[in-house]
Design a binder for this molecule. Sequence first.
Ligand SMILES: [Ca+2]
Ligand SMILES: [Ca+2]
Ligand SMILES: [Ca+2]
Length: 241
Amino acid sequence: MPITRSDPKPAVPRRLTLQRGFTLTEIAIVLMIVALLLAGIMLPLSAQQEIRARQETERALADVREALIGFAASHAASDGKPFLPCPDSDNPPDGIQNRSASPGPCTAQEGTLPWTDLGLGRNDAWNNRFRYRVTAGFSNSSTGFVLNSNGDMEACADNACAASVAGSVPALVLSHGPNGFGAFSTGGNANAAPTDADELENADADIRFVSKVPDANFDDLVIWVPHSTLVNRMIAAGKLP
Ligand SMILES: [Ca+2]
Ligand SMILES: [Ca+2]
Ligand SMILES: [Ca+2]
């Protein structure tokens, strides 16, 4: 069979092309657009990191609440009743609770969370210690608490306490939040005091605390062990009445 040769393709007319480099102005405009786009991505990222840090601290605080209840269920005072740990009140904090006598009362009712004794809660997501306060009648390792022991703390919606959030609170834990004002750092230093009146209420070592939605000046995270939850869990564990 004879080999046939296909017809040669018609030549494509060569299009006239113009090539030139970018001017400095054009490069500057492109760089500006890229920078604007990056800024648009970066801002939400930092906001996301802040949300993650807050969620991480909220989870840690929920674990701390469980650990405090677990501590009470697994410790008996000299009279056989349960008791809560004392704050870690020496300076710098070492994670170990401080008592003026053993068994006996706490050296101070407020300090940092005794993270070593609890086995968790060393610091929040911003590398500051958690603050912890406990009612005297719930933390004496000589005389434990009973069903009608009353907590002496209150959580309020603001420092004037026009609206109470929780009353008769036996134990309360808080993170001083992203700004860290009023907290102990993990380096052992006391951070600057808060300036916001509601944040100040959480750092003045008395029985009133503020728990509210964070705003531009207030970023603390507060949790507590409600009296009802604590005694119910002791009853379930056979530790009370
Ligand atoms: Ca200590
Ligand atoms: Ca704060
Ligand atoms: Ca206070």
